[in-house]
Write a new protein. Sequence first.
Length: 565
Amino acid sequence: MKKQWWHDKVAYQIYPKSFCDSNGDGIGDLQGIISKLDYLKELGVDIIWLSPIYVSPLADQGYDIADYYDIDPRFGTLDDMDELIAEAKKREMYIVMDLVVNHCSDEHVWFQKACEDPDGPYGKFFYIETVKEGEKLPCNWRSYFGGPVWEKLPGHNDKYYLHVFHKKQPDLNWENPELREEVYKMINWWLDRGLAGFRIDAIINIKKALPFKDYPADREDGLSGMQNMLHDAVGVGDFLGELRDRTFLPHDAFTVGEVFNEKPEELPDFIGENGYFSTMFDFAETVFGASQKGWHRSLDITPDDYRNCVFSTQKKVEGVGFISNIIENHDEPRGVSRYIPDGDQCYESKTLLATMYFMVKGLPWIYQGQEIGMENRKVRSIDEVDDIASLNAYKVSVADGVSEQDALDAISKFGRDNARTPMQWDDSENAGFTTGTPWLCVNENYTWLNLKAQRGRSGSVYEYYRKLTSLRKNPEYKQTIVYGQLEPTLEEMHNVMAYYRRGEDQTLLVMGNYQKEPQTLPLPGKVKKVLLDNCEDLQIRDTDRSIRLKGYQAVVLELENDPGE
Ligand code: GLC
Ligand code: CA
């Protein structure tokens, strides 16, 4: 694999609205982020991805962009953005923005012009179809946020536009070369400003299976989930290759794709040598157990399932490309609430999970608050919910006949607000996030679960994350951790996750006892050094051929080179 500047880095995702509010309006902002750069440096972060901060009505929290060339005043100004890029540079950090170009906002001037003149040049920036009174819609696809993907074009009784997400997010028509030119111009404008690259939103959706047609309905509403059309859509690569060549490649930009539903044979095109993107996220565990019928029908994921998902991706990408590893993001519940069995959330289990995903091959991403072990927040009433996906999921559950309480429980478990509650900096009011009223409730556990309580305290989740980032950067082990081959082991054992990382002259063994009861695991050879141990009490004798791990104990061991004797 050709080495790239970003391979040995640690990446961090900021959800700006909930990170740090500098002016007391209850909304996090760019000056707030700038004030925390030294903190992120201390944590060992190099690359920072900001969820969208462009001008937006925030119908989908900024994933609905009304002006790609400016910052929403709630987040700051272009000057603040330039300052952030410059301040990051000073600290040898890189800023990555969110690139949302499958759709824009219905408040974008392109869409407004399309409404004025659907047959004019801007009408062709979107998918607009004529549907006369009494005729059926062009297709029965269900939007990701519920309901049909077609909405009446404002001002026109016989015209509909396509939105695969919310109706305030009209899809851009990538088949139109003029639209593509506008997108490239905008990307280059940002890259010329000093941005390191982009996280690329929902990108698989830019290719539609055309002409529009119905698929078999999969719920009572008569609609069909988007996966059917995505399966049939061929040729996304033509768009993505052009996008790369016209923007990212000439800038040597770093890009990470949000790619669901890629076709397996296309993986090398996506992240192989000269792929469309530098890397993409592994969502194998994210989507595990998901049901087309709603969140209330989704399956739990067990430790063995989690391990199998991670390893299946590792096998898939070995020799192909460099994957990006996460346990959570702004669309997912908190990783410690999802991947640790209910009731077992504690320092040991949180750091075990951290060790497991951080030490596999790929680029590790930390989502804000993950480094202190932030957890899901229990939703008590639907009125507390902001997220449009959760509001829709609630309706879907109730329509499927489950009780209100069960519908709420599904939101508590899977809702996107879980990761969007304000960052818990300290135990002062509103967790130190704002002096005003936070736009979304703070998780009540901030009184004990906050950064201040953990920083500088050994035995805290935060200090453990710092150990992980510094191990990744340790010149003695870096090559093996970044490039060493990953080889799963003890896969037949229950509630165990273990793997080798084999470097040129070095073998590391990562082992975790993924349950609360202790467990004894076989050792393949002599241990040279214990590099990490979340319980800090491992004693290994020369003669040992097994180790006893406490509940949720995780260790990173360096093995003697000659395990033969
Ligand atoms: C991506 C984003 C999500 C957003 C959607 C539409 O999945 O991560 O937050 O709602 O795209 O832009
Ligand atoms: Ca603010």
